[in-house]
Design a protein around this ligand. Structure first.
Ligand SMILES: [Zn+2]
Length: 244
């Protein structure tokens, strides 16, 4: 009996921790939907060059569609910066690195074009916490992933972002991250095509001085970590001669 009570106490403490974490993680979570989105079989990738989508989290949030009106007013801030500014600066730098490698890159705002397809999609965010000591980055794949590849990509991204920035890895991800609205094509028109390999990264805590030294003051390093993961995951862009 005593051990059961201890177990219950331990579980409650664990849930409390997760709740604390979720409360301050500002990523907008989509409501639950059915298991896995429907895709016609066999699925054929649309014609066109390798395409990478980098979403600057909370950018142009006021323009969010009515079905996602809750997105219009959120995001964190710190060090005199709004989160979207930090996310956009990193996205633009990562885009420049990837375009140099030959990829086609879209930088997306809060609003995802309906049924949007790219070979990879990365939602770029920054964390905030009332405790200035909370520090680190984290990346997550969708809870429901039709592609079967997002977890591998999230793992690659976790590794390369840590290498490029030297930031510590935050030990947990939240349900707000794994249930990110852009991943929920069953519920929202403005969401990713189910065969887009999507991940989300919290690049660091905007409320932490050490993390700001990277994400605010050295966005090139954050961008490098993101671009490297894409290059490792997608491989080199085929040159015109080798594409024939
Ligand atoms: Zn955010």
């Amino acid at each position: 009996m005593r051990s059961v009570l201890l177990l219950i106490a331990a579980l409650a403490a664990g849930l409390g921790l997760a709740g604390f974490d979720d409360r301050f993680n500002t990523v907008p979570e989509a409501a639950e939907g059915p298991a896995v989105p429907y895709v016609e079989e066999p699925w054929v990738r649309p014609e066109g060059p390798l395409k990478v989508a980098l979403q600057a989290g909370h950018w142009k949030a006021r323009e969010a569609p009515d079905e996602q009106a809750g997105l219009r007013d959120n995001g964190t801030s710190g060090g005199g910066k709004a989160e979207w500014e930090v996310n956009l600066a990193i996205a633009r730098r990562a885009a420049a690195l990837l375009e140099k490698e030959g990829y086609v890159v879209d930088i997306l705002p809060t609003t995802i074009p309906p049924d949007y397809f790219a070979d990879v999609f990365i939602a770029i965010h920054a964390d905030g916490n009332p405790s200035a000591s909370a520090s680190g980055y984290r990346a997550a794949a969708p809870r429901r992933d039709r592609t079967g590849r997002a977890a591998d990509f999230a793992e690659l991204l976790t590794k390369s972002y840590g290498e490029a920035t030297g930031l510590p890895l935050y030990p947990t991800v939240t349900r707000r991250m794994t249930g990110y609205y852009a991943f929920n094509s069953r519920r929202y028109e403005h969401s990713l095509h189910p065969m887009t390999v999507g991940v989300i990264i919290e690049t660091g805590f905007l409320t932490n001085a050490r993390d700001r030294r990277i994400i605010v003051n050295a966005p090139d390093r954050a961008a490098r970590g993101i671009a490297d993961a894409v290059i490792r995951f997608l491989g080199p862009v085929p040159t015109p001669s080798s594409a024939d």
